[in-house]
Design a protein around this ligand. Structure first.
Ligand SMILES: [Fe+2]
Length: 447
């Protein structure tokens, strides 16, 4: 995979790095590492340089000092690979191609500095929506009104510079996770997880492939997804991720709505979307597929029954390679690939006030031992015990107005932490059996 776009130090030599690029970076970026380091670079382009981060401004000069905190030795080739981001300083250390003598702790402090130095500038919402202005999007569309942006090569180029997204084969070749596969004809019934190798075979037989949390495998894509999350001013508890959908011609997903907001970018091929506003439920906290089971949370949120098919007043959008659709949560949609389709979604949960305030309130209340006490008796079948628990909860709730008045919401919002998501355990053997049982019932091409 060649992901060289935007690498700031791709053509550095040790000399230009230590005498020009590193001093220029340190002149504008505050550095919280203290220490005096000697870099002993072996090879034709090598030499010795001292980097003194304990003084202000930091000092970078040719030659070794007598009293360094540590000496770091590596070859000119390995340094060049680190600066190109083809190799990692820490990994090179464990492979014994970087030697460190002296204070190992201080040397470890250099790792974030090298990571920051070699990282390309992170794209943001503006690049995702190009050429549509981000400010206009935030004013007119976010979070409730859809937007279609025509194809833009700049969007595609940036995406392809951060992950192997030019076609499904390129992604499968680099994919180290499992892939969800949806059988042709009945895409909503079964979605087992299979290996990338099995997914490639099933794709050739008409299965739709879904790659979950792709950003976790490609750090620059992850940084972009998080930067967009910041630009959207979403709560820190928001679960943001990137999903990739590889859809054979004629396949797609049946009518449904999601509880999250999606920016869908068509990477290759074309996909037709039928979209309709949702007059049955506003701001849903769960998704729903027509014909599927109703999430228990949705029932009290519904103002009228769901339609039996995509509503008649739907409109159609066809996305071609490079195009983007912003689809707010709750909108009905049904998709069909009209040419072999590869698309990527930036997907963001939509934490509502109930979510955010409940989390903030909890972080405030658990400062008080009375609120931390076990909610004892709330699961009792004995009516007397259950009533005692209810009385105890009632006494606490009486104090709630005082507690609410004491809340410093701005500080609580600022201190919200991202929710840790556990990776769902999967059973590859079981899922294989499921996938193969479907495979046996699917006609092969030419059969
Ligand atoms: Fe959807």
């Amino acid at each position: 995979m060649t992901l060289s776009a935007g690498r700031p130090l791709a053509h550095s030599t040790p000399h230009t790095f230590f005498t020009e690029q590193l001093p220029a970076y340190l002149a504008v970026q505050p550095c919280d590492i203290a220490g005096k380091f000697v870099f002993d670079i072996r090879g034709e382009a090598g030499g010795c340089w001292t980097v003194d981060l304990s003084c202000t401004p930091a000092l970078c000069q040719h030659g070794a000092t007598d009293d360094p905190d540590c000496v770091i030795s590596l070859s000119d080739q390995d340094l060049a690979a680190v600066l190109r981001r083809d190799d990692d300083l820490e990994e090179l250390f464990y492979r014994q191609r970087v030697q460190v003598s002296g204070d190992l702790q201080k040397a470890a402090g250099l790792l974030p500095l090298f990571a920051a130095l070699t990282s390309p500038p992170v794209p943001r919402l503006e690049t995702l929506l190009t050429p549509y202005p981000a400010a206009a999007f935030l004013e007119r569309h976010w979070p409730g009104r859809h937007l279609v942006v025509p194809p833009a090569q700049a969007r595609l180029r940036t995406l392809q510079s951060v992950a192997p997204l030019s076609n499904v084969s390129a992604l499968l070749e680099h994919w180290r996770g499992t892939v969800r596969v949806f059988p042709p004809g009945e895409p909503d019934q079964v979605s087992p997880h299979v290996s990338a190798q099995a997914a490639a075979e099933l794709y050739s037989r008409g299965f739709t492939l879904v790659f979950d949390s792709v950003d976790l495998y490609f750090p620059d894509l992850h940084a972009w997804m998080k930067a967009v999350q910041n630009d959207l001013a979403l709560p820190a508890t928001t679960w943001g991720r990137c999903m990739v959908y590889a859809t054979p011609v004629g396949s797609g997903f049946n009518t449904h709505f999601d509880e999250n907001a999606n920016f869908a970018i068509q990477l290759a091929g074309s996909k037709r979307w039928k979209i309709a506003l949702n007059d049955a439920v506003a701001e849903p906290t769960a998704g729903h597929r027509l014909g599927g089971n109703l999430h228990p949370e949705l029932l009290p949120q519904m103002e009228r029954p769901f339609p039996e098919r995509v509503p008649d007043d739907h409109f159609e959008v066809t996305l071609h390679a490079g195009g983007l659709l912003f689809l707010p949560r709750g909108h009905w949609h049904q998709t069909t690939a009209i040419a072999e389709s590869l698309s990527l979604n930036f997907t963001y949960d939509q934490p509502c006030w109930a979510d955010v305030l409940a989390t903030a309130l909890r972080s405030h209340l658990i400062g008080d031992v009375r609120w931390r006490a076990l909610a004892s008796g709330t699961g009792a079948s004995d009516p007397a015990r259950a009533a005692a628990a209810a009385a105890e909860a009632g006494a606490l709730l009486k104090q709630l107005p005082d507690e609410l008045a004491a809340l410093d919401l701005a500080t609580l919002f600022a201190n919200l932490r991202p929710t840790v998501r556990n990776v769902e355990p999967i059973d590859l053997k079981r899922d294989w059996v499921q996938a193969l049982s479907h495979l046996s019932s699917v006609k092969q091409p030419g059969a």
